[in-house]
Ligand binder design. Structure first.
Ligand code: SAM
Ligand code: SF4
Length: 499
């Protein structure tokens, strides 16, 4: 069984059963064989599953954009797809293992499709592909194509190679910039993805934290030029996007070339992007404390569109562990940055990442992490058990910590983080702030948007407010989201699209 889109009306689809001989017979009846071939091409379905971070979500979209002119339309059903791409994450062991269990499911789908006379291609992209290369094909022979994060623009060629040779593996770091070759999304694709968009401005990392695989899987730090980023965001704004998050593995190390060829800082890039018509809100993630320079801190005071929210991973509150992690900052450095940020933007909501159970972490080191969480007062945080990654210096360290100890510390840390988050959400009660409505809620008549502090806010509001910013008074605070009512008795102060 396969799904075909009618050319010119992709929304209208029909399911028909077919086999290759049937198709040949049908196609022989066509006067214009090329038209038949192109119809067959139009019918190809692409299923992409993203694991891990927002950068992978962005990459998956760019892969879909690049395959659209090749005749691939996205589907949400893997069993309907002609091409399956798993865009993988290698940051922790669990994330990598998930890929292999998903590949088991895809192998069965491929076998079932094969029995029905339909060829399915399975591709593994992303950081697991980069780190494991040929090993993936050895462990999962159903995989046809393996390619790393720097090869996405070569996808059409790689697919042709896999079809011709049976298998293709590409984990090179090619000299050409993939962003110069990746296709731009259509206006329809942009609209379907919503009013808040991510844009990659920087990739890779030169910091070499001793726990982290990113410098090995994503390579050295590279920044995109300002002009190309601005052009991409102008296109997004024209199609209705209102909020942009600039993303990079180490985004505040951004140093892309300006129009004169000289490098620009992230602060300068934010200032330039804030002048693009239609863009109402700006964010950036993920930042390293070492790269929070004075200009970037000042941007939080000077740029009204820059939202009062920042994700600034600290990993540990212990100087001994921070040094062993090669973080190149101390606890005091981190607290000093937080103080300077809050001096220019007192309502700044801070979130962070933590690792518990790094080799050698004592109960005293862990207590330092708990006290840092209390001292800063985060509005939320991600916390992880240390996962030794092959090839990183941390994995070779003595004094690896027992799993039970890691689990117990993680629980205590998460309880502390949850307390901070509840306190922050509680402090929003009764306040009125702008919410950008992004989608409909679970209940009829409900919309869900984001506060300036990135909390989801659920509000009973007319659908006409979708994609717009309205003033909302917070009436209830739950652990992970807020509830509110439109301010001004249903006479919202509108901003954004069409306002
Ligand atoms: N560049 C960011 C920074 O400097 O903090 C982080 C990027 S990393 C993709 C996201 C988070 O994953 C890290 O902040 C860290 O907390 C976590 N992480 C990375 N490697 C890990 C490991 N080996 N075990 C557990 N967590 C890890
Ligand atoms: Fe990994 Fe972030 Fe450290 Fe780079 S700065 S090595 S991405 S944790």
């Amino acid at each position: 069984m396969s799904q075909f889109s009618f050319a010119g009306n992709p929304a209208k689809t029909v399911e028909i059963a077919w086999t290759r001989p049937v198709w040949s017979k049908l196609s022989s009846g066509y006067k214009d064989l090329d038209a038949a071939k192109s119809r067959m091409k139009d019918a190809r379905k692409l299923y992409i599953k993203s694991f891990g971070c927002q950068m992978n979500v962005y990459d998956s979209r760019r892969m879909a954009d690049t395959l659209a002119p090749e005749g691939y339309a996205e589907t949400e059903a893997a069993d309907d797809a002609d091409l399956i791409i798993l865009n993988t994450c290698h940051i922790r062991e669990k994330a990598a293992e998930k890929v292999y269990s998903e590949l088991g499911r895809m192998r069965r789908l491929k076998a079932a499709a094969g029995a029905a006379g339909r060829r399915v291609t399975i591709a593994v992209a992303g950081c697991v592909a980069q780190a494991e290369g040929e090993e993936i094909v050895r462990r999962a022979p159903a995989v046809d194509l393996v390619f790393g994060p720097q090869s996405y623009h070569r996808l059409p060629d790689l697919l042709a190679r896999a079809a011709r040779d049976g298998k293709a593996v590409d984990t090179e770091f090619p000299p050409d910039d993939k962003f110069d070759h990746l296709a731009a999304p259509t206006s329809a694709a942009i609209r379907a993805r919503g009013v808040a968009a991510f844009v990659t401005v920087q990739e890779g990392c030169d910091k070499f934290c001793t726990f982290c695989v990113v410098p090995y899987t994503r390579g050295a730090e590279v920044s995109r030029p300002v002009g190309k980023i601005v052009a991409e965001i102008e296109r997004l704004a024209d199609a209705g996007v209102r909020e942009i998050t600039l993303i990079g593995q180490n985004v505040n190390a951004y140093h892309g070339a300006g129009p004169d060829g000289r490098p620009r800082s992230l602060a300068a890039l934010l200032e330039r992007v804030s002048r693009i018509g239609g863009i109402e809100r700006l964010r950036y993630t993920t930042s390293h404390p070492r790269d929070m320079d004075d200009a970037l801190i000042a941007a939080h005071r000077e740029l009204p569109k820059l939202m009062p929210q920042l994700h600034l991973p600290v990993q540990s509150g212990s100087d001994r562990i921070l040094a062993a992690m090669n973080r190149r900052h101390t606890r005091a450095d981190y607290l000093d940055i937080v103080a300077r940020l809050r001096a220019v933007r007192p309502d700044l909501a801070l979130t962070s990442d933590f690792i518990v159970g790094f080799p050698g972490e004592s109960e005293g080191d862990f207590a330092d992490t708990l006290s840092l969480v209390r001292e800063v007062g985060f509005s939320g945080a991600f916390s992880f058990k240390y996962s030794p990654r092959p090839g990183t210096p941390g994995a070779a360290l003595q004094e690896q910590i027992d799993e039970e100890i890691k689990s117990e510390r993680l629980q205590r840390l998460q309880a502390e983080i949850d307390r901070g988050q509840a306190a922050f959400n509680g402090s929003c009660l009764g306040r009125t702030f702008d919410v950008l409505f992004e989608k409909t809620g679970r209940h009829a008549g409900q919309l869900v948007g984001r506060s300036p502090y990135l909390q989801p806010v659920q509000v009973t509001a007319p659908a006409a407010l979708l994609g717009r910013i309205a003033s909302v008074t917070i009436t209830e605070a739950a652990s992970n989201s807020l509830f509110g009512a439109l301010a001004g008795a249903g006479e919202p102060a509108l901003a954004g699209a069409g306002a």
